[in-house]
Design a protein. Structure first.
Length: 159
């Protein structure tokens, strides 16, 4: 280090230091519950609910059906999931959503609804069972008609 550099650094109060360890960088998915809403561009967007503790999949579906918060709405997020009767059960990496009186289909609008349900349920299931990664959860949608799936959230996140 030159004398001029040393003088300038000392003059401004900067003292030399050794290497400071900061630990490991963050990796992986965020923790806690996430709900999935539709962005203004017509894609799914996950929003965190770290303060919410759920005891079952039904609680996550109820939160999803209640829609985005006011700040999320101001960002343009919308909810296409209606207030209907849903029953979801999970075992291992499999979740089944039963919605009597509902017909699930594959058109673009329903694809977003299906994605909201699949992604929210996958994240909720992994929140309830921390050893299961959300990417490993497969969700079957069973309404009136033939069941659809099983789906993984990644199938709906293509943008």
């Amino acid at each position: 280090m030159s004398i001029l550099t040393t003088a300038l650094l000392t003059a401004c109060g900067v003292q030399p230091s050794g290497v400071i360890g900061a630990g490991e960088p963050p990796t992986g998915l965020t923790k806690g519950l996430r709900l999935y809403f539709v962005s203004p561009a017509g894609h799914l967007e996950g929003v965190s609910r770290p303060e919410v503790q759920i005891t079952g999949l039904a609680a996550a579906l109820k939160l999803l059906a209640s829609g985005p918060t006011e700040p999320e709405q101001r960002r343009g997020l919308t909810n296409l999931v209606g207030q209907v009767s849903y029953d979801a059960t999970g075992e291992g990496t499999r979740v089944t959503l039963r919605a009597p009186g509902t017909t699930f289909s594959g058109n673009r609008r329903d694809d977003l609804v299906n994605g909201q349900l699949v992604c929210t349920l996958a994240r909720a299931h992994s929140t309830l069972h921390p050893t299961i990664r959300p990417d490993d959860v497969q969700v079957t949608l069973d309404g009136e008609g033939r069941p659809l799936g099983p789906y993984r959230c990644s199938q709906f996140m293509g943008g």
